[in-house]
Structure formats: structure tokens, C-alpha cells
Design a binder for this molecule. Structure first.
Ligand code: G1P
Length: 306
């Protein structure tokens, strides 16, 4: 079976939740402390062995290309100053992966963005990582999903349990127990089989409390299905709808499994969760954490007074 080695990162969104910051800056470039969110996502792919990455972009996304490219002038300036640490950081983002770009053109939904990757994917299985959240490297999810693909073929979807009142913001999976087999050799993950999927159902119609998070390992058969998938929720071509077709027709692209994840995950898709992410990661940072924790404890103890 062909190993998964390619990752597709849809990055064409307008980032309206972060206006006005995203008026002239792609939302993917918003920093979590001192690294753009997109770099955390690419690092997650690379750590899982996916060093060939396609970003599906749009207008105003040039800074993404610049970020993953060499910056000769900056590198020379840092080298001249002997600032090796920063030089290494600047080089890291251009060396970590082989990054390609394609533009989405019309904003016709996530399924449409993934379909734009068809010739890049070229018949191989591939991962899709959505940029609105990233997974803590100490709790690997993608490697577990790749292992599931290795064992059973087909496609694999990352899932989390959410409270009933949140399910309308996600794709939702109907599930049954997975075939008997050894447990996944990764903490914070468990395997189930997906029988159906619904995009953003009302709580009363949701078949479970299992929400699709933005991590997928897909059989290339999804491309033919996407090409035939009509616009769904919101008038957009939904990846969830294509996966629903696959789940109902395992003869076409193999089974669809879910990996239910309970590890650490950071949401950067809206201002309040973004803020929580920045605080959580700052507290953990070896170079900043001690001072930040002390300040934060004082700030809370003083009743949020400066
Ligand atoms: C997309 C998917 C949805 C999934 C979500 C995860 O929705 O369509 O199924 O649950 O990502 O973040 P979006 O958040 O782009 O509206």
C-alpha cells in the first residue's frame, strides 16, 4: 500500500472573525506568541512524516509564500550580527517542507478547495489539515490516523467529543465499533468506524456528539466523489458530504474510520479560543513561561487590576 506522504492545507479563507487584523494580513499569519499559526500546522504535518505540502490559497495570501521561502537579506543581516539562534529560526520555516501552492479561485467551500489538490495528489492517499487549530506535538494525532490507514486502508477522520450545544459548528459522525484489532499505539486516541456524516447538524438532528476536527487522511477516491458532490450546506461543496458518500460505499474508496482524540489541541479560529491558546502556550514556553506565569498569577490574584 502507498504510504501517506502528502499534506493539503486549505488556506484561502478570508479570516473575517479577525478583522480588522486580517484586512491586509492572512489569518494564517497571525502569531501565536512569535510563530504564525500556519507554521504550527506545517510542523504538525512534518512531524508526522508529511514533508510534501500543498497550500490551497487565494488573493492576499502572498505572505504565506514569503514565510516558507528563503529571506536572503534578513539571513545576511542576522549572520553579520552573529545571531545564530534567530538565523536558525528564520531558516527553519524555509527548510522544513517542500511547499507548493495552488489558488482556489472561486470560494466554493472546503470540498472545492480539496478538489483543487487533485493533480498534486495524483492518486496517492493524502492528509488534509485545516489551519484553524493545531495539535500539541506531545499528543500526536496524525501519526495515529496514518497508522489506521495503514491497517485498514480507506479514509480516516479526526474526531473529538463536544457538548451537545456545540455540535452545530462541526461535521458530525454516526459511528459503530471498529473491527477487532490491537489498540492504537498512541495515547489519547481510540478507533471507531464511521457509518455516516452530517455537516453542522442542529443538536436535535445530530447522530452523536462526535465532531469532525480539521484532520483527515483521505483515500484518493475522494477526488472523484468530490467532483460529483453537489453544493450542500451554505451552498458550498462540503468535504463532509463526500466523506458521507465514501462511508456509505466502502467498495469505492475503502472504509471510513474515525480516531477519537482526547489530547491537547489548540483552537486559533476565533478570538476567544485564540487568546486561550496564546496563554496556554506562553505558560509552557521555557524562555517566557516562568515570568509570564508569575505575572498572570499576580494579575488574577489582584482581581484583574494592572
Ligand atoms: C469545516 C468542516 C467541518 C469541520 C470543521 C472543523 O468547517 O466543514 O465539518 O467540523 O471544519 O474545524 P468550517 O469550520 O470550515 O466551517
Amino acid at each position: 500500500m502507498v504510504e501517506v506522504r502528502k499534506a493539503v492545507i486549505p488556506s484561502a479563507g478570508l479570516g473575517t472573525r479577525f478583522l480588522p487584523a486580517t484586512k491586509a494580513t492572512p489569518k494564517e499569519m497571525l502569531p501565536v506568541i512569535d510563530k504564525p499559526t500556519i507554521q504550527y500546522v506545517v510542523e504538525e504535518a512534518v512531524t508526522a512524516g508529511l514533508t510534501d505540502v500543498l497550500m490551497v490559497t487565494g488573493r492576499n495570501k502572498r505572505p504565506l509564500e514569503d514565510h516558507f521561502d528563503r529571506a536572503a537579506e534578513l539571513e545576511e543581516a542576522l549572520a553579520a550580527k552573529g545571531d545564530e539562534a534567530r538565523l536558525e529560526q528564520v531558516r527553519a520555516s524555509s527548510n522544513m517542507a517542500n511547499v507548493h501552492y495552488v489558488r482556489q479561485g472561486d470560494p466554493k467551500g472546503l470540498g472545492h478547495a480539496v478538489l483543487k489538490a487533485a493533480s498534486y495528489v495524483n492518486g496517492e492517499p493524502f492528509a488534509v489539515l485545516l489551519g484553524d487549530d493545531f495539535i500539541d506535538e506531545r499528543d500526536p494525532l496524525l501519526p495515529a490516523m496514518i497508522e489506521v490507514r495503514r491497517r485498514y486502508g480507506g479514509s480516516v477522520v479526526g474526531l473529538i467529543e463536544v457538548p451537545e450545544e456545540h455540535i452545530h459548528m462541526y461535521g458530525c459522525a454516526a459511528v459503530k465499533p471498529a473491527p477487532d484489532g490491537p489498540a492504537l499505539p498512541f495515547d489519547h486516541t481510540s478507533l471507531i468506524q464511521i457509518t455516516d456524516l452530517v455537516e453542522k447538524p442542529a443538536a436535535a438532528q445530530a447522530p452523536s456528539n462526535l465532531a469532525v476536527i480539521g484532520r483527515y487522511v483521505l483515500d484518493p477516491a475522494v477526488m472523484d466523489v468530490l467532483a460529483e458532490t453537489p453544493p450542500g450546506r451554505g451552498g458550498e461543496i462540503q468535504l463532509t458530504d463526500a466523506l458521507r458518500t465514501l462511508a456509505g460505499n466502502p467498495d469505492v474508496g475503502g472504509p471510513v474510520h474515525g480516531v477519537v482524540f482526547t489530547g491537547r489541541r489548540y483552537d486559533t479560529g476565533n478570538p476567544i479560543d485564540y487568546l486561550k491558546t496564546v496563554v496556554q502556550l506562553a505558560v509552557d514556553r521555557p524562555d517566557l513561561g516562568k515570568e509570564f506565569r508569575e505575572w498572570l498569577s499576580d494579575y488574577v490574584r489582584e482581581g484583574f487590576q494592572i
